[in-house]
Design a protein around this ligand. Structure first.
Ligand code: AMP
Length: 246
């Protein structure tokens, strides 16, 4: 009887060990955090990465613009701050984003975050949400400051499908019309030189310290983002591949 009990105990022990080992080897969903100053083209590179990696691209700026379009209370609060190039309070951003991720079922697929986190409080809230259940990587798009103004002030977006264009670097085939859906293009209210200066100030004060934060967590990769869209994408993918192997 004693031997049987010992044998059962041993079998249970081995099974638990095997399950734990298998779970530890299972690939965790990937969360990519796109970092970089305003004008570093986080949106363009995030949507390219999203197609290649087949995981959703979530832009908190887009979520706010959707709220503004739908004239929600959140949209009204956000618009006032966005037009001045200031940040929306952390609690509102975190609640909006986490609800969106939950409602869309993105916890299971992993995702690319564009424009979040922008403060230390947001970064810590994200860490707390993800715990150890995700593979995290922060990709920091580095770009020369003088290029930022040219990029930002030339940016155009489709009013309907949100495809990004640029007056100089990526002009539409027909002036002011989207190549994909022929809707009109517009310039964001916060893409003027004055607002950019305020956005840069906010970036340097609140968001830049996150580079240090992610460096200390050992998940930061610096990406030279001065080249063409194709070269930057290649760089991003190389770093993701390296990260997978390490
Ligand atoms: P973006 O499209 O990422 O440039 O964001 C446009 C604007 O939305 C920002 O200038 C902020 O006013 C607001 N916003 C977007 N994401 C955040 C965030 N994570 N925290 C606070 N404000 C944000």
């Amino acid at each position: 009887m004693k031997n049987i009990l010992l044998l059962v105990g041993l079998v249970v022990f081995v099974l638990i060990g095997l399950t734990t080992y298998r779970n530890s080897k299972k690939e965790k969903p990937l969360v990519v955090i796109m970092m970089g100053a305003p004008g570093a083209e986080k949106d363009t590179h995030s949507s390219e990465l999203s197609k290649t990696l087949n995981i959703p691209h979530i832009s908190t700026g887009d979520l706010f613009r959707e709220n503004i379009k739908n004239e929600t209370e959140l949209g009204k609060t956000a618009k006032e701050l966005m037009d001045k190039g200031q940040l929306v309070p952390d609690s509102l951003v975190v609640e909006m984003l986490f609800n969106h991720i939950h409602d869309k079922g993105y916890d299971l697929t992993g995702y690319i975050l564009d424009g979040f986190p922008r403060t230390l409080i947001q970064a810590k809230a994200l860490d707390q949400r993800l715990g150890k259940d995700y593979n995290k990587i922060a990709l920091n798009l580095n770009i020369d400051e003088e290029k930022l103004i040219e990029r930002i002030t030339g940016s155009l977006i489709c009013t309907s499908c949100q495809t990004p264009f640029h007056k100089i670097n990526l002009p539409p085939k027909v002036e002011n019309k989207c190549d994909k859906c022929q809707s009109n293009l517009y310039q964001r209210d916060d893409d003027t030189k004055e607002v950019l200066m305020s956005r840069l100030e906010v970036y340097n004060k609140d968001t830049k310290p996150l580079i240090d934060y992610y460096q200390k967590s050992n998940i930061l990769k610096d990406i030279d983002s001065n080249g063409s869209k194709e070269i930057v994408l290649e760089n991003l993918l190389k770093n993701l591949e390296k990260n997978k192997k390490s």
